[in-house]
Design a protein around this ligand. Structure first.
Ligand SMILES: Cc1cc2nc3c(=O)[nH]c(=O)nc-3n(C[C@H](O)[C@H](O)[C@H](O)COP(=O)(O)O)c2cc1C
Length: 194
């Protein structure tokens, strides 16, 4: 069954709950399995360059949705560590032609979230992945309330992750997960990766 992996980092739990909503949306599409993987479960390679933890599961996914909080206008250090740990995969272009998409969560309405999404899109491009944009128009219900196109944005206050980000962002996240899942189905049915 085509698999969508959602790979995320979250220090304080807000990006984690967005990742969960995206995985719920993706996994709700018939014929698609969604897996949620925290970067803490993807240890850096040792001297033997072997990637343990959940790396093999990630490697097997048909699509990967990358998610990081925005810290200082870019991805978090832990997420960057994950990006650099994928260097061996990059070297053999092991993720070439997998689908990719990205999301971020930050304290500010802007908060320079676009910069984080651009970093994620560039990272996916270095891996020769096929980028899936957000694809949701903003509306009066608060879907895509920050008007992002390249990837999905959520915004949290300092309240606990049980109450922030708001329901609109969770709904946006679910729809975004669905979109990537449908794209994955089409990609897999059409032959997918060469
Ligand atoms: C070190 C650090 C840097 C941050 N930098 C930004 C930033 O550049 N823009 C922003 O809007 N929020 C920034 N924030 C706020 C976080 O994006 C926000 O608290 C987010 O919800 C944290 O996600 P998490 O709960 O998944 O860790 C920063 C927070 C920390 C701890």
């Amino acid at each position: 069954m085509p698999t969508v992996a959602v790979v995320y980092h979250s220090d304080y739990g807000h990006t984690k709950v967005v990742a969960e909503s995206i995985a719920r949306g993706a996994g709700g599409v018939d014929g698609v399995e969604a897996v949620l993987i925290a970067v803490d479960e993807l240890p850096a390679p040792g001297p033997d360059r072997v990637l343990g933890g959940r790396w093999p599961e990630l490697d097997a996914a048909d699509a990967i949705i990358f998610g990081s909080p925005t810290y200082m206008g870019t991805v978090s250090a832990a997420f960057k560590r994950f990006m650099e740990s994928s260097g061996g995969i990059w070297y053999r272009q092991g993720w070439k032609d997998k689908l990719a998409a990205g999301f971020t969560n930050a304290g500010g309405l802007s908060g320079d979230k676009l910069s984080t999404l651009l970093d994620l899109a560039l990272f996916a491009s270095q891996h020769s992945m096929i980028w899936v944009s957000q694809g949701l128009f903003y509306d009066d219900e608060g879907i895509n309330r920050m008007g992002s196109w390249i990837g999905m944005m959520a915004q949290s206050t300092d309240d606990p992750p049980e109450v922030t980000p708001p329901p609109e962002d969770h709904k946006t996240a679910e729809l975004f997960g669905e979109r990537v899942a449908h794209a994955t189905l089409r990609w897999a049915r059409g032959g997918g990766r060469r």
